[in-house]
Design a protein around this ligand. Structure first.
Ligand code: F6R
Length: 260
């Protein structure tokens, strides 16, 4: 079962996750992080930025993004390459040559998935994967129906996801229809999954992923197959969890020696 961490605010959630990542990086300067885009991980990157300003060295950390839009120029401010550069690389002072994002350019799109899988294989494995969850239940951009064995490949975004992400663009028409995303099988290979969710809008997908049946109709439920998952949520995102009392009880009785 995933460990459920109830955070009072997004900032508090960011602190919990950043403090754990800081410990990993301090212990192994070559830590391999899996990074997500969108709004959810921003408090983590902000808190990591503060650690970097306090002297934590991220220059040998590698990072692998979950996904990228297809056909959006990398220089576009909403390409995930641009977002990861601005929100993560610049915040923590990572070495851009160690930060990887799937190649969404149309010219070589047929091989984008296998090229990214080869890069991930050469990394030696992701130590900690940060995840958000979409209102459709996607993790990465694995929309409902994605195979639990899927690897990095081109996927078609659902209309709901395009609507959700239209807030980052001037209009819905500008939101790409396709993406390259790590598969559920790729994500499940990471050593530790840390899924964050904030707000009422995520409550249903979160409860279904944590407590519902394991089903490709709810891609987030793939986390139930992983041996080490931490779910960090605010009260609103946690509001539909059936076993909330138990999660609070477990948190109150968490052994001091147990980390995240
Ligand atoms: C982003 C990603 C997505 C987002 C999800 C939630 O790289 O893979 O799964 O995590 O769409 O997006 P936000 O955080 O913007 O609500």
């Amino acid at each position: 079962m995933a460990e459920i961490v109830l955070a009072s605010t997004k900032e508090a959630a960011g602190e919990v996750v950043a403090s754990h990542i800081a410990g990993l990086v301090a212990g192994n300067p070559e830590t391999v992080l899996g990074v997500a885009t969108g709004s959810t991980p921003l408090p983590v990157y902000e808190a990591l930025g503060a650690r970097a300003r306090d002297g934590l060295d991220f220059s040998r950390v590698s990072a692998y993004a979950l996904d990228e839009y297809v056909g959006l120029p990398v220089e576009h401010p909403e390409s995930y390459r641009s977002v990861i550069t601005k929100e993560f690389v610049e915040a923590v002072g990572a070495d851009p040559s160690r930060v990887h994002v799937p190649d969404g350019s149309l010219e070589r799109i047929e091989t984008a998935g296998e090229r990214y899988e080869a890069l991930l294989a050469a990394s030696g494995g992701v130590d900690l994967q940060i995840l958000g969850i979409g209102t459709t239940g996607h993790i990465g951009f694995n929309e409902p129906g994605s195979s639990f064995g899927s690897l990095t490949r081109v996927k078609t975004l659902t209309e709901q996801t395009r609507i959700d992400n239209a807030r980052f663009f001037d209009s819905l028409d500008e939101v790409p229809i396709h993406c390259v995303t790590q598969g559920l099988g790729t994500i499940l290979r990471a050593k530790h999954l840390v899924l964050l969710a904030f707000g009422e809008g995520k409550a249903e997908a979160l409860a279904a992923s944590v407590e519902g049946p394991v089903s490709s109709s709810m891609p987030g439920s793939a986390i139930q197959l992983h041996p080490h998952v931490t779910v960090v949520v605010d009260d609103a995102a946690a509001s539909r969890l059936k076993h909330l009392d138990y999660y609070r009880w477990a948190a109150d009785h968490k052994p001091a020696w147990q980390g995240l």
